[in-house]
Design a protein around this ligand. Structure first.
Ligand SMILES: Cc1ncc(COP(=O)(O)O)c(C=O)c1O
Length: 469
């Protein structure tokens, strides 16, 4: 598109007072805008030609008003830098612009210099160039219709189709694109399911005795009591489900969060059998299933019974949590309920991100990224194991971005104190225990080795090693 007078320059909203000459009215409107702080010091004004065209006045009228305000010190005019609001034009009262009297800044709270808490991938690993290239291709190919209100509450077909192929191939999920519903990360998907369960008059949801408190809190706030299942070396004790009154169970089968164990085939079968006999739902949180190091990937539980398991995946570990992109593969019998919970249109995820992720997956960039990050994380995991060898027992390392370090009895408090002294954020396993789980006390740390940026990895590891007994 060529720039015309109508499209060049910048918009400037001015309220011209009636009953004054044009030039005087314009000068007063500009003066008031600068005085009040609405136009912040340093703001570049449109050229006299462009503003004159917008206001439908002669260019000279604007030029004269500008000159008058320059003479008064409200504006500055410099060759090459245009006409700007003068730095000394301090606002009389706070306005919404950047020039308004700055509110007192909250004190900047500096977190610890090093962070080995779990929950974040290495944000420095975000594939900026490949994502940008996918975004360009996706944008160029997007039909105009994509930019409207999305009529399909499941989300864009392009992404649902790309995900269906990927999930079937890489995670063993039975994924018909028609039963994929996009969501803004796992957390949003869980909130939708909580709504579905409440509408079904479910009162209780079984959860893993160790798990994320935010997920338990989300369910509890929606009126669903969470009942903990013990977690042992075989994963959550799903064999206990028949003794509970739960209408659903939330599991992390591929890599239990936070203990890191994989749910054994027997426990998987027990969960599915329970769902079949009671009509309950299994909710599968596959948050880091892409990252498995030592064995063939542990497939999704959903593959065992796509009619009983709601599968939830997320880009939060594989790409970045800031994307807020997730996906649900929903049993046919639950789809309408999930869509009713979501609402009549796709309002949660932006179309550009959806189309970009679709292109990112389709072009193979997602696989390349995951494989590259897997190597990086595997190296870190090996370095972690080497750094603590012989001092603490490490477990949960076959997959994911975190490991569990079991500490010698009576040492946990001292380790956490030492970590704080070394400016290292660390969390004990006990922080993730369900309050009613009655778990045997276990002194252990959950170490998120994906979290530090590359520059902080070695010092973080050194700080950890220095904190251990
Ligand atoms: C156990 C578990 N589930 C799910 C998620 C992802 O949540 P979301 O997709 O809402 O970012 C995380 C991220 O830290 C997690 O640790």
């Amino acid at each position: 598109m060529t720039e015309s007078r109508a499209t060049s320059g910048a918009d400037l909203h001015l309220e011209l007072s009636a009953g004054r000459g044009l030039r005087a009215g314009l000068a007063e409107a500009l003066r008031e805008a600068a005085r009040s702080g609405r136009l912040a010091p340093g703001t570049r004004l449109p050229s006299s030609r462009s503003l004159a065209a917008d206001l439908g006045v002669a260019r000279n009228t604007v030029a004269e008003a500008y000159a008058e305000l320059v003479a008064e010190g409200w504006l500055t005019a410099r060759q090459g830098s245009g006409t700007r609001v003068a730095e000394r034009a301090r606002p009389r009262r706070p306005g919404p612009g950047a020039g308004a009297a700055a509110p007192p800044r909250p004190p900047v709270r500096r977190g610890p210099a090093y962070d080995l808490t779990a929950g974040s991938p290495d944000l420095g690993g975000f594939p900026r160039a490949a994502w940008l290239a996918a975004a360009r291709r996706a944008l160029a190919a997007a039909p105009n219709e994509a930019f409207g209100y999305a009529a399909d509450p499941r989300g864009r077909t392009e992404l649902r189709e790309a995900l269906a192929g990927y999930l079937a191939r890489a995670r063993g999920v039975y994924a018909d694109p028609g039963r994929i519903v996009l969501c803004a990360g796992f957390t949003h998907g869980l909130a939708l399911l909580a709504k579905v369960l409440r509408a079904r008059r479910v009162r209780e949801v079984a959860v893993e005795g160790y798990g994320l408190a935010v997920h338990r809190g989300l369910l509890e706030r929606r009126g669903l009591r969470t009942v903990p299942l013990p977690v042992d070396a075989a994963g959550a004790c799903t064999t206990r489900l028949p003794g509970l009154a739960a209408g659903a169970v939330l599991l992390t089968p591929a890599h239990q969060f936070p203990t890191g164990v994989a749910l054994t085939p027997g426990r998987r079968a027990a969960a599915v059998d329970w769902a079949r006999t009671t009509g309950g739902l299994v909710v599968e949180d596959d948050y880091d299933g892409e990252f498995r190091y030592d064995r063939q990937p542990v497939g999704a539980l959903q593959g065992l019974d796509p009619d009983r398991v709601v599968y939830l995946g997320t880009a939060s570990k594989s790409l970045a949590p800031g994307l807020r992109m997730g996906w649900m593969v929903v049993p046919a019998g639950v789809l309408d309920e999930v869509l009713a919970a979501k609402g009549p249109a796709e309002l949660a995820s932006g179309v550009l991100d959806q189309l970009t992720l679709a292109e990112f997956i389709r072009s193979g960039a997602y696989d390349r990224h995951v494989r590259g990050m897997r190597q990086r994380y595997r190296r870190r995991r090996d370095e972690l194991v080497a750094a603590v060898a012989g001092r603490v027992a490490v477990s949960g390392i076959a997959a994911g971005l975190h490991a569990v370090l079991d500490l010698p009895e009576g040492s946990q408090e001292g380790v956490l104190r030492a970590a704080a002294w070394h400016d290292l954020a660390l969390e004990p396993l006990s922080r993730h225990a369900h309050p009613d789980a009655g778990l045997p006390p276990r002194e252990a740390l959950v170490v998120g080795y994906g979290t530090p940026p590359p520059s902080a990895w070695s010092p973080s590891l050194a700080a950890l090693a220095a904190s251990l007994p």
